[in-house]
Design a binder for this molecule. Structure first.
Ligand SMILES: *Cc1c(COP(=O)(O)O)cnc(C)c1O
Length: 384
């Protein structure tokens, strides 16, 4: 969004260190407002801690650091001072389809990926709750469950309300990867898919994807603000920190000195408003459905996923080589850009509609380009 880009330039121009309130009260105030707006927009607990980080990767790191603090504190272990050596073992449960950045965050946190229990998912990539229950029954001690709101391939959401019930029964911490999917909660048409998301303990998401602010920008949200703060805060003798009335960003993020990356988020939200964000989200999802309808109607083209959000998986000629050739052709053609993926063993083209500026005619032109490239691939194959 132009306003977010212009604001990002201002942030660089001002060049203030937005780590603590006393050296940039303006940044602290604007980020505090943006944080409150995000909690209102997603209707998440208003007392949650919010940290503006570089992306969903670091949002996972931040939220899972808070989770690590929270679940170990309940068993009487202070991980910030004692570390993990000799600590009660934490089990982390995630779906087989969890995003790789969850694994990386666990590595950074010293939990390792071997502590990860994988739960089978269904044909859309959603975690199976029956399997989650079975897995939880096998585990003793502190547990963190990582659910997903918005699968990178299908856009599918894990059944969050049911997962939250299981997590609550078991006293586990529930973390949600809502990199782009959390934005569904700000939409009107697609809001229902995020049902139960408010029951989680922490949420990681991106602003540089669906909110269309410049890279890099992600947000970590933690229900238990004290756990969040305890996991992140620093206290060096020379640091003039506030007593809590004002916001010191260092208390909520892994960075120390930092740019005020929450200000472009503030500007985007201020410009769009609640209605504008809902329009952006719903419009992108409508475009995705339009892509699916038009492509799905064409001979030889198959849509592999239920288009529940902004993601569409397309397969051409029911053939891996043909599909890969079409993806390469589309990338070369330049009308639009779509990446390749493999979904349940099948090569597929992945369409992800998330740009604020994409119009219906862009979608039509893209569909025509895709079908033109596909026809070209078929002609070449039959000629040889
Ligand atoms: C993009 C994405 C991530 C990683 O986000 P970054 O901003 O690239 O760190 C994590 N999970 C999901 C579901 C994503 O789509």
């Amino acid at each position: 969004m132009p306003v977010a880009l212009a604001t990002d330039w201002l942030v660089s121009t001002w060049d203030q260190n937005a780590g603590i309130h006393v050296i940039s009260p303006m940044a602290a105030a604007l980020e505090e407002i943006a944080a409150r707006w995000l909690l209102e927009l997603f209707d998440l607990p208003r007392g949650s801690g919010v940290g503006f980080v570089t992306g969903c990767q670091m949002a996972h790191f931040t939220c899972l650091a808070a989770a690590r603090h929270g679940v170990l504190q309940r068993v009487g272990w202070d991980v910030e001072s004692e570390g993990l050596v000799g600590a009660p073992r934490i089990h982390v449960v995630a779906s087989a389809e969890a995003h790789v950045t969850v694994d990386v965050a666990l590595r950074y946190l010293g939990l390792g990926t071997r502590s990860l229990v994988r739960v089978a998912s269904d044909e859309q990539g959603r975690m199976r709750v029956d399997r989650l229950r079975e897995a939880m029954d096998m585990l003793d001690g502190p547990v963190i469950v990582c659910a997903q709101a918005g699968h990178v391939n299908t856009g599918a959401f894990d059944p969050l309300r049911a997962i939250a019930d299981v997590a609550r029964e078991r006293g586990a911490w529930l973390h949600v990867d809502g990199a782009f999917g959390l934005w569904a909660r700000a939409g009107r048409d697609v809001r229902g898919i995020a049902d139960g998301i408010e029951l989680a303990d922490s949420w990681a998401m991106d602003a540089h994807k669906w909110l269309n602010v410049p890279y890099d920008s992600g947000v970590a949200i933690v229900r238990d603000a004290e756990a969040h703060r305890a996991a992140m805060t620093v206290s060096a003798a020379y640091l003039v920190q506030t007593r809590g009335a004002e916001r010191d960003a260092v208390d909520w993020v892994p960075e120390f000195s930092r740019r005020a990356r929450g200000i472009p988020v503030y500007a985007a939200l201020r410009t769009l408003g609640r209605e504008g964000v809902a329009d952006l989200v719903d419009r992108c999802c409508a475009h995705a459905r339009h892509f699916a309808r038009r492509l799905g109607d064409a001979a030889g083209v198959r849509i592999l996923n239920d288009v529940v959000l902004n993601q569409v998986l397309v397969r051409f000629g029911d053939d891996d080589a043909t599909t890969r050739a079409v993806i390469a052709g589309i990338q070369e053609d330049g009308t639009c850009w779509a990446s390749g993926t493999t979904w349940q063993g099948l090569a597929a083209m992945r369409i992800s509609v998330s740009n604020w500026a994409t119009t219906g005619s862009d979608v039509d032109r893209s569909v025509e380009a895709m079908l033109r490239v596909y026809r070209g691939v078929v002609e070449r194959t039959t000629a040889t």
